[in-house]
Write a protein that binds this ligand. Sequence first.
Ligand code: FAD
Ligand code: DLZ
Ligand code: SF4
Length: 520
Amino acid sequence: MTMLIPVLGDQLSPTLASLRDVDRAQAVVLMMEVWDEATYVRHHKKKIALIFAAMRHFAAELRGDGWTVDYVALDAPGNTHSFTGEVARAAKRHAATAIRTVAGGEYRVRQAQDGWAAQTGLPVDILEDDRFVCPLPDFYAWAQGRREQRMEYFYRDMRRRTGLLMTADGQPEGGKWNYDHDNRDTPPRGVNYPAPERFAPDAITSEVLALVAQRFAGHFGDLEPFALPVTRAQALVALEHFIAAALPDFGRYQDAMIAGQDYLFHSSLSLCLNLGLLGPIEVCEAAVAAYARGDAPLNAVEGFVRQIIGWREYMRGMYWWDMPRLATRNALDAHRPLPDFYWTGDTGMRCLAESVGQTKREAYAHHIQRLMVLGNFALLAGIDPQAVSDWYLVVYFDAYEWVEMPNVIGMSQFADGGAIASKPYVSSGAYIDRMSDYCGRCRYDVKKKTGEGACPFNALYWDFLARHEKRFAGNARMRNMYGTWGRFSPEKQAEYRESAAAFLDTLTPAAEGWARQPAA
Ligand code: FAD
Ligand code: DLZ
Ligand code: SF4
C-alpha cells in the first residue's frame, strides 16, 4: 500500500498532522509548484520566491529525514498546474492506495480537496490543521452562542486555554487582560531601530530567484534584494533576534510610522507563522520567557501575545465562519475602482506613497500602515472592497486568504457590516500626523481642511461620515464625531463634501490586470 501525502505551500511544518503516525516506507509526500496557485491572483514576486524557496528547502529537509518526496517543480514536464491535476497524476505514478492531507487554509483550496476522492477513486482523509490554538469547531461553538463575536472576549478564552500570561489562580498577569493603553507612543528622534535579521540566498533560493525573475516578470514588486527566512532554522534565528532586539519596545511604539523605517519594532514573523515554519505557541512562549527573565515589559509581551493567540486565531475563525459569503460582502455599497497609485506609488500623498513604496520593495508593511493609511484611504474613498482585498492578497508576503480577507473585508473596510470591527477604522489627517513623520514633507497641508493643498484625508473623512450618517450616527462609539459634524454650519458641511468630491474626481483607476489576469 502507498499513502500519498500532498503537502501544500503553507504547510511547511515538520509536525504537520498528515506527517504524524505514518510509516515513511509506505508513503510518498507530494509537493507541487503550480501555475494556478501562483497566478490566481498575480502575487508579488518576492512572495512567490519566498513560497517556492521555502517549499524546496522543506522538501530537502523531509528527504533528509527519511521521507520519499515527489516534488513537482514549476517547469517539470507534464505539470498540469493545478493541485487536483497533480494529485491525480501522482496517485497514478505511485499507484497510491490512499490519500492523506491537511485541510487547506483557503476556501477555494479546501473545495478542491473535497473533489480529490472522486477525481482519483481513492479514499481521502482530510485532517484538521492543528497548527492553530483554536480548532475550528471550538471557534464555531464560541461564535454561535453570541450576538456579537468580539475579539477581546475570544482572546480571554485563548489566554485561559493556553495559560499564557495567567497566574496560578487563573487571573491575567498584572491584573489586566489588555495593556493597549500603554501602546500608543510615537518614538522620539534618534531612536535606533532594530532591522529584522537578513538571510543571504543559498543555491536553492538563488535558483528560485532566477525562475521567478524569468517567469513572473510582469508581477508587482521588487524581487531583489531577497533576504527572507526560508527554513525553520532561519525562522528560529529571526524569532530569537526579534525577542532580543525589538520585543522590549514592541508595545509602546506599535502604532507609530516613520518614513524609511519599514519594520520599527515589529517582528515580521507573520511570514514564518503563516508558512508553518514557526508555531504560534512557541513564538508566544519565547515572548513570555523574555518577560519572566525581566527582558521585556508586560505591555509589550501582552500586546504581542494578543496579536497571535487573539487576532490571528480570531481572524481565521471569522474567515471560516463567514465563507463563502465574506468574499462578496459589501455592506457600505462601495464601488469606486482602486486608484492606480496603489500599484505605482505615484501620488503626492506622502503617507500613501511611502506605504506603497515600502510594500513594493519589501512585500511588507506593518499593521498601522495597512489599517490606518492604505485601508483608511480605501474606506474613506469608497473603493470596491473586493478590489481592495485582491490588492492586499497580491502584495504582502504573509497574505493568504484566511487571514487577509477578514482583515481587509472585515476589519479594514467594514464591508462585513461590523461583524469584526465595532466601528469603521477611519481617521482624518490628524491621526496620521500624530502617529507618523509623513506629513512634514508632504505636498499637502495636514492642518488645512478643504480646498487647494488641503490634506485629502480631512475632507474625505467628513464626507465618509456624511455619506454613512444613517448607518453610523446611532453608534455609541461615533457619537462624538457626529456631534462635531452636526455642529458644522450647512455651508461648512457643503464645503467638505465638495472638496471631497473634487478630490475623488482626480483619481485615476488602476489599469486592469495588476491583480488578476483580465478575462480572455
Ligand atoms: P507584528 O506587529 O510583529 O505582530 C505579531 C504577529 O501577530 C504577526 O506576525 C501576526 O502573525 C499576528 N497579527 C497581528 N495582527 C494580526 C491581525 N490583525 N490578523 C492576524 N494576525 C495578526 N496579517 C497576515 O498575516 N496576513 C495578511 O494578509 C494580513 N493582511 C492584513 C490586511 C489589513 C488591511 C490589515 C489591517 C491587517 C492585515 N494583517 C495581515 C494583520 C497584520 O497587519 C500583520 O499580521 C502584521 O502586520 C504582520 O507583520 P509583523 O509580523 O511584523 O506583525
Ligand atoms: C500562494 C501560493 C503560491 C504562490 N504558489 C503555491 C504553489 O505553487 N504550490 C502550493 O502548494 N502552494 C502555493 N501557494 C499557497 C496556496 O495558494 C494556498 O494558499 C495554500 O495551499 C492554502 O493552504
Ligand atoms: Fe498623508 Fe495628509 Fe499627512 Fe500628506 S498631509 S502625509 S496626505 S495625512
